[in-house]
Design a protein around this ligand. Structure first.
Ligand code: BTN
Length: 258
């Protein structure tokens, strides 16, 4: 039986500085404010509830208490083009973390660009926001992560789920997930720093959802159909069009044929 303190006070590796808040508009906005004020690499804003949670492409992210909402400030020493790779690093951190705390009945897969699926339905999403420094490098990057632990939206464009819905024990909390993610993210980000994107890309692809299948990619002014062939070195999705040409997609929404 867990004590109240264990439930409420996440134990994180010393590489992190925890900022724990009950309720904010968006943890990403809070983290961006802290980053602008000079907060250091590893500052992790964890909130129990968001009133204006944000998803990618201007969507809202339903954020009632019970799920995990965090925004991690990173100051990677890399070019902006490489910073997008950290979304894949974070997805592996979450996948590893989930694998370490939930029974094997939940299959974890990665959906391009930065979603994590539990048994084929969306259970987590990432929102990366960054600012460049005057010399063209990355000043800060905020990695926002939302994980559906106890609830999920019924009306999402891609079918959603939560760990609880997939059958994980009721005493598994967002704090357990936060601690597990923090540990596994550290392992993967150190791997990325030492060995670059190649091992990240390889592991992500091994557990990718829909690789080799027919997909539809919705871009701001256009929708493309083709085959999901690969990821390139920057993390762009390589789409094979009907005429055999390969088109790299840097950002967009992916849908799969039913
Ligand atoms: C997506 O799949 O569209 C990305 C969702 C990202 C949600 C997280 S929750 C914590 C952080 N704060 C936000 O406002 N958004 C991200």
């Amino acid at each position: 039986m867990k004590t109240e303190a264990a439930l409420n006070r996440p134990r994180l590796p010393p590489a992190y500085r925890l900022v724990a808040l009950d309720r904010v508009g968006s943890s990403n906005d809070e983290a961006k404010r802290l980053a602008e004020g000079g907060a250091e690499d590893g500052t992790l804003v964890w909130v129990r509830e968001q009133l204006k949670g944000r998803g990618r492409q201007g969507r809202t992210w339903a954020s009632p208490p019970g799920n995990l909402y965090l925004s991690l400030i990173l100051r990677p020493d890399c070019a902006p083009a490489e910073a997008a790779q950290l979304g894949f690093v974070a997805a592996l951190g979450l996948g590893g973390g989930v694998g370490s705390v939930v029974p094997p009945l939940v299959e974890v897969r990665y959906k391009w660009p930065n979603d994590v699926l539990f048994n084929g339905r969306k259970g987590a999403g990432l929102l990366l926001e960054s600012r460049m420094d005057p010399s063209g490098g990355v000043d800060w990057l905020v990695l926002g992560l939302g994980v559906n632990v106890t609830s999920f939206p019924e009306d999402a464009s891609f079918p959603a789920t939560s760990l609880r819905f997939e059958g994980t024990p009721p005493d598994l909390t967002e704090v357990d997930l936060l601690e597990a993610f923090a540990r596994h993210f550290l392992t993967w980000v150190n791997r990325w720093r030492e060995d670059g994107f190649a091992p990240i890309r390889e592991t992500w692809l091994r557990h990718a959802h829909g690789l080799g299948e027919a997909i539809e990619v919705r871009l701001p002014g256009e929708t493309l159909s083709g085959g999901f062939r690969d990821l390139d070195d920057s993390g762009a999705l390589l789409l094979e069009l009907a005429d055999g040409r390969i088109r790299p997609i840097a950002a967009g929404d992916v849908y799969y044929e039913a």
